[in-house]
Design a binder for this molecule. Structure first.
Ligand SMILES: [Fe+2]
Length: 326
């Protein structure tokens, strides 16, 4: 038996209290301000040592493709109804800002938080909550359409190294899907083909915001990379073009799908859970569900995290700016 696909850390009541008081001491700053984020990252040193050890092990040992911290102080009942509009169009309760600070503090143990100009109006924290106008789309703010498993923002060279999903509420237990590649199920020929830099990764519809040019373009690269014996993965089955005329490429993709789908699990997140995905090793998605728009629908807060802010410096307005333009 190897390490679990999703390592878990359950907070004790004293650890929760410590996180709560640390979060309160940070109130008043804006999470969308790069300087405030830098100060918050310093204060992440004050998180409980057991939690920091767990997150550091997750980051450096790569023994699990995903991990979940349970029991975080999220005051869901004080945060108001699940939002049906963008966070820029509403006023957040103090309890909601505190929940976002919790997400940023823990994310800062893994890397630096960043955002995308074209996603969620450039906010660094994304509300994944159903909106009526997106109901039948595959967006994170959709509901009726399942989101197939994927690498987050697979098309972009500066995509997140880790993705955080903090659950505010999920009373209907809508599953988040998590999977990873069992490369022992791939033949040498499949591995060779999938490691060729011949695939075209296309942006997903969340980037096609009307009137928001320039829109991002596709990127070419390999699906497998890193150590050939234990490869990393970049794949979004819905937004990839295969090279023409390469013998065996379709079969290799089918093998890849099978080698991931044998490990897919349904993980319903609960209030106070923060799931971190290693975006080179885990894929993720979401089951379809019926939204009610009555204020109690599933509500997650998503955070993008990079190990290297400098990788996207040429795509951000300044060193302190955390928003990638395309
Ligand atoms: Fe995603």
């Amino acid at each position: 038996m190897g390490a679990p696909a999703v390592a878990e850390y359950v907070l004790s009541s004293s650890e929760v209290e410590r996180i709560r008081s640390l979060t309160r001491s940070l109130e008043g700053g804006s999470i969308d301000d790069g300087r405030f984020l830098a100060r918050t990252a310093v204060r992440a040193d004050e998180l409980p040592r057991g939690l920091r050890t767990f997150l550091e092990d997750f980051r450096v040992t790569e023994s699990s493709p995903a991990c979940r911290v349970r029991g975080l102080p999220v005051e869901a009942e004080r945060m108001g109804p699940t939002p049906v509009v963008s966070s820029r169009q509403r006023v957040k309760a103090a309890s909601e800002t505190r929940a976002e600070l919790v997400a940023v503090l823990l994310s800062s143990c893994l890397g630096d938080v960043f955002g995308w100009r074209l996603q969620h109006d450039g906010s660094l924290i994304h509300d994944l909550a159903p909106r009526l106008e997106h109901e039948d789309t595959g967006l994170g703010t959709g509901s009726r359409q399942a989101i197939n498993w994927h690498t987050e923002d697979a098309f972009h060279p500066c995509r997140a190294d880790h993705v955080g999903l903090l659950c505010v509420r999920n009373p209907a237990e809508v599953p988040t899907t998590v999977g990873f590649l069992d490369s022992s199920l791939l033949s040498d020929r499949d591995r060779q083909l999938l490691a060729q830099p011949v695939f075209t990764f296309r942006p997903d519809p969340s980037y096609f915001v009307s009137g928001a040019e320039p829109l991002p373009g596709p990127d070419r690269g390999s699906i497998l990379f890193g150590d050939p014996a234990d490869p990393y993965l970049r794949f979004d089955q819905d937004y990839i073009d295969l090279p023409a005329g390469v013998e065996g490429i379709g079969d290799a993709i089918e093998s890849l799908r099978r080698a991931i789908e044998v490990n897919l699990i349904d993980l319903p997140l609960h209030s106070g859970d923060l799931l971190f995905l290693d975006n080179r090793r885990a894929v993720h998605g979401r089951a379809s569900f019926e939204a009610t728009y009555a204020g109690t629908d599933r509500w997650l807060k998503r955070v993008n995290i990079t190990l290297d802010l400098k990788r996207s410096r040429h795509l951000r307005g300044s060193a302190i700016d955390r928003v990638i333009r395309v």
